[in-house]
Structures are given as C-alpha cells and as structure tokens.
Design a protein around this ligand. Structure first.
Ligand SMILES: [Zn+2]
Length: 456
C-alpha cells in the first residue's frame, strides 16, 4: 500500500496543476503505539517538501507577470533570471526570479520589492529573535533545530547574530502606531546590573522602566548604560506609543539615582520625580522583619521589643503620610532601649543577631530618606486620591526583562552591545511588537504585590 501527498489546483477554468509532494507509507498497523501517525522527521520532511512546492508555484505565477515600466508605462520584458536563496521556517528554498526591462525606454524593473540582501523570511527572523529573547542562544538554537526543518543558521553564534540584528532594527524603529491621546502617564525608571564580559566591565548597568496610562496602556523600555541605545529616546517613544500629547501630565517615579533623574528630564518629564514608595517600603520591610525577630528571652528584652515594634510601625506611618524626612526620631527612641540586646546570640550561630539587623535596617532607611528627602510626598494623600505612589511593576519588569534571561544565576557574561540589543528584543516581545500578548504577564495597574506593601 502506498499513499501520495498531492497538491491539486482548484477554482480555475483551465486544467488543474497537480504536484506530488511526497510518498507516504504508514508504519505497520496499530499494534505498536510508536507507529501511530507521523514521526517528527517525517513531519519535517513534509513541511520542507510542501514549502518547496508552494514556493515553486509562487515563482511560476510571478514569472508570467509582465510589469509596467515605472517611467514610461510600457510593458516590460524579461531581461534575465536570478537565483535567490531564502531561508524560511520550513527550510531553505531556491527561487528563480526574473528581472525585467522596458522594451521602449530600457528602464529596468524587478518584480519583487525585496531588499537585495534579503536572506530569510520575516517570520523566521521573528521566531529566531523570539526564542533567543527567552532562552540562551545555545538552547534556542537546539530547540529550533529540533523542531523545524531549518537547515541553516542554527548555530548559537549565527542565532545571536540574527537576534542582535533584529535588536538594531527595533532600536531604529519609530513609535508603534501612536495611541489615542491620554491625559496622564506614569513613568518609572530603575536600574539593575548584569555581569560584563570584558575586563574593566565587571558589571554593566541596565536601565529599565515602563510607562503606564490609567486605561491600562503600558510599554516597557530598557537600555544598557553607555551602549548605543539612548534610553531617553526609548522613553519618549514609549510615551508616544501610549498616547502622549503636549497636554499630557507626566508623573515620574525613580529610586532617586541622579543619572536616572537626568534621563527623565531629557525624556521630557519636567516635574521632578517622586521617590517610589516601593523602594521605601522594601527597606521598611527589612526593619520590620528584624524587629519582629528580636528575642524576648528576658523580661527586659520583652519590654524593649514592645517599644521597638510599634516604633517601627510609627515610622512607616509617618513616611506614608509625608511626615518624615529621615528616621532620626525612630533611631533615637530605639537606641534608648537597644542596650538590653547586647550580647544577643542568634539561634543559628552563623547568622547576624536580629538586634544588629534591625539597627542596620533602620540606618539604611534613614540614609535612604535623607537622600530622597526632596522627592518624598504625602503618599497616603495620593493613594486616597487614587493616584499612584510608585510601582512594584518596575521590579517585575526588571525581573522579566533582565534577570530571567541575563542575570548572575545563569553565570552569563555580557558584552555591552550584545546585552543592549537583546534587551531591545525582549522589550519588543513584552510590548507585543512581535504580535504575541506578552504584556498580559503583568497586570496593568495596582497589582497585588504592591497592595500588600501598602499598610496605611
Ligand atoms: Zn519604459
């Protein structure tokens, strides 16, 4: 018994074209489950043959067309033929394409508008970039080679080259169809670090952030510091994409690094940024955890802890309500009772005792608040008015954009350019510029992680 996979042309008056694509021989009967249906290599073979057959049909149909001359409107004739090798998702195909010449004025025309150096289809380019954005190049190359009948460009190094090229294209792209005008946009910028590949560049600073509208419009952006991507340009483009106009009110949040503030100014955020509540809350959280871990093994310590825990809570309340510019008062009050923890041992001998942790955490809150004092606001009031007080989303964004693919845990070392361009691909992926709804990975506004830090 033999079967043939055949393409038959339909819906035409003339005799149909018929193309035999592949002979198929089903394996055995159903006695063995392993014989059921197609194997991966057979499926690859079918796709590759089908692709070749379809491309041949397209090329035939193309070749019979006779375009009009663009300068004198006479019909062109075939001048010569050129062979193009193009890699597609389903294998590399060779296409013989005609070049035309006007019989009247001699003007040359091509039937296709491809770039002369075009070697692959956009869909393949996207898939390669998409996979590389999600996993190490080596793993992505293996996956693609495993599943697709692609016979070219599957080494990790070629894949990297393709991906960085897509990154360059994305960086040069304009705003994706500017959205309808919005009255207010929140901008957040943060920075994180990855390991550098070269000596003298042990750590590369990565700036990431997002813009957000009340309606849930959201775009992420990122750039490696001192790479070719201008982060301010990326911010402006993101703002444009979510619908910024001259009348849009911009509210910016940062953790306060001066470089980030000047970036925001450069991107058009005229008002000084607000210190992100998320960063304050994280530091307070450390202090609270240390306070609650204080030992109560003597009556003195029990009493001291009963003073300290509410004192840290009060500090939280004062900052939240815009009444604290530093943690001096808390430090003073805690210091008065701290002596009872002298000689405190941690239950695990190697760990730092809670009293020392608490002191360290409070000092950190104090230093942080002093550095941010001009950017602290009444967060409670903003919150009650339904305004943002900061965003934990940026942390999530940093995680998604940078850490999951590029962080230390993966033991990867990055070149400045390589990291910067891959980041452009990851941003595009997240923003849905590749046609996939990656934006749904995060909720647009006030997510649960943030709410849990709002103990007002
Ligand atoms: Zn002509």
């Amino acid at each position: 018994m033999a079967w043939v996979l055949r393409l038959v042309e339909t819906g035409i008056d003339r005799p149909s074209r018929v193309i035999d694509v592949l002979d198929i021989r089903p394996h055995g009967d159903l006695g063995d489950i392993a014989d059921l249906g197609l194997t991966l290599s057979e499926a690859k073979q079918i796709l590759a043959r089908l692709q070749q057959a379809l491309v041949a049909i397209q090329a035939d149909d193309h070749a019979v067309q006779r375009p009009f001359c663009s300068s004198c409107r006479h019909t062109c004739h075939v001048k010569d033929w050129r062979l193009h090798q193009v890699t597609t998702l389903f294998g590399t195909v060779a296409i013989r394409l005609p070049r035309f010449r006007c019989a009247s004025c001699g003007h040359g025309e091509t039937g296709v508008s491809w770039l002369s150096h075009c070697r692959s289809t956009p869909e393949l380019d996207q898939l390669r970039a998409h996979m590389s954005a999600l996993m190490p190049y080596r793993v992505a190359a293996g996956l693609l080679a495993h599943l697709l009948p692609v016979d070219a460009g599957t080494s990790a190094e070629t894949l990297r080259g393709h991906t960085l090229k897509v990154g360059e294209q994305l960086r040069a792209a304009a705003a994706v169809k500017p959205g309808p005008a919005v009255s207010a946009i929140t901008v957040t910028v943060d920075s994180t670090f990855i390991r550098g590949r070269h000596d003298g560049e042990r750590h590369l600073e990565v700036r990431v952030g997002n813009v957000e509208t009340a309606g849930g419009g959201r775009q992420v952006f990122g750039a490696v510091a001192k790479a070719e991507t201008e982060i301010a340009v990326m911010i402006r483009r993101s703002l444009e994409t979510v619908g910024r106009t001259a009348d849009t009110e911009l509210t910016a949040f940062t953790d306060g690094a001066p470089s980030l503030r000047s970036i925001l100014a450069e991107a058009g955020c005229k008002k000084p940024p607000i210190a992100d509540w998320f960063h304050i809350a994280m530091r307070l959280q450390h202090a609270k955890q240390a306070a609650s871990g204080l030992s109560t093994d003597t009556p003195d310590r029990m009493q001291a802890k009963a003073v300290i825990v509410p004192e840290v809570e009060r500090l939280h309340w004062r900052i939240w309500n815009g009444k604290a510019r530093n943690a001096r008062r808390t430090l003073d009050r805690v210091r008065k009772v701290m002596h009872v923890f002298q000689g405190e041992r941690s239950c695990r001998t190697t760990a730092v005792p809670s009293s020392r942790k608490l002191w360290r955490a409070l000092r950190e809150v104090d230093t942080y608040l002093r550095g941010q004092s001009s950017r602290l606001v009444n967060y409670a009031k903003r919150y009650r008015a339904g305004l943002r007080v900061g965003t934990s989303i940026t942390e999530g964004t940093a995680n998604f954009l940078v850490n999951r693919r590029m962080n230390k845990a993966q033991q990867m070392r990055w070149s400045r350019r390589g990291a910067d361009l891959l980041l452009q691909v990851r941003c595009a992926l997240y923003n849905g510029a590749f046609g996939h709804g990656f934006g749904t990975l995060f909720e647009p506004t006030s997510n649960t992680a943030q709410k849990s830090l709002l103990v007002a």
